[in-house]
Design a protein around this ligand. Structure first.
Ligand SMILES: [Zn+2]
Length: 107
């Protein structure tokens, strides 16, 4: 698999249509498809990491009964909430970027 920027590829293909209309107006479908394939092949590969999905793991507090302690299941980053309940918790991990949307992926 090779990742490319779909928006950039679409813009290039849109420009290609103008070029074909101007330069080779009688182009066959096969010619057009071949050109599109070449333009997609010429797009630079982009770096991307897969998005992880999980949920904060509630861990026992050792110091305060009103303290809520949560841990990221991927990087073990801890968040401690005092007196705010669950509402102050992030919907992503600020350290590793995992989305805390209830996904089931675990490490
Ligand atoms: Zn994390």
């Amino acid at each position: 698999m090779r990742l490319i920027d779909a928006c950039e590829a679409k813009a290039v293909i849109k420009d290609l249509r103008k070029t074909i209309d101007r330069e080779i107006p009688g182009a066959t479908l096969g010619t057009v498809m071949g050109l599109i394939s070449c333009y997609i092949d010429a797009q630079p590969t982009i770096d991307a990491e897969p998005v992880r999905h999980g949920e904060w793991q509630k861990t026992p507090s050792t110091s305060d009964e009103y303290e809520l302690k949560y841990e990221c299941p991927f990087c073990k980053f801890e968040i401690i909430l005092e007196g705010y309940g669950d509402e102050g918790i992030f919907n992503y991990c600020p350290r590793c970027g995992a989305k805390m949307d209830g996904g089931t992926e675990k490490r």
